[in-house]
Design a protein. Structure first.
Length: 137
């Protein structure tokens, strides 16, 4: 039993700085993938029309900007470049997504409810931590 307890003291077996790098890498790649799938699936203009229906005057232009930003910004953030600024823009985008889409669907993404805010909140918390880690890569 003592041997197992000793091993668990070292869990998760990586340093704090390595864990933060992994968080930044995974979060950046997840956000880049979000833009990539919108581009691949050809839904950018549909996203723009949705934005127009919510009162944005130039929805398709905003949709194209966000799609390109998600891809480029996600990759740059994963690489540790301009991460504070990129994280701030992503947080604004996610907050707008909560306001425009997810808040009316409740908290949960799947299960009890569908399409809720929980995933966006988790991403915002992750982005806040990434931004707080300073300018170190």
């Amino acid at each position: 039993m003592k041997n197992k307890t000793k091993k668990m003291k070292n869990f998760p077996f990586i340093s704090e700085s390595t864990a933060l790098k992994l968080l930044r890498l995974c979060t950046g790649l997840l956000l880049a993938a979000h833009g990539c799938i919108r581009l691949y699936a050809g839904t950018v203009n549909g996203f723009g029309e949705f934005l127009n229906s919510k009162g944005f005057m130039i929805g398709p232009a905003i949709a194209w900007f966000l799609t390109i930003f998600e891809i480029a910004g996600g990759l740059l953030m994963a690489a540790g470049i301009l991460k504070k600024w990129i994280a701030a823009v992503f947080m604004i985008e996610l907050i707008m997504g909560i306001i425009l889409v997810h808040a009316t669907n409740g908290w949960f993404v799947v299960g009890y409810q569908s399409g809720g805010v929980e995933y966006s909140v988790l991403l915002i918390a992750s982005l806040l931590l990434i931004a707080a880690t300073g300018n170190k890569r």
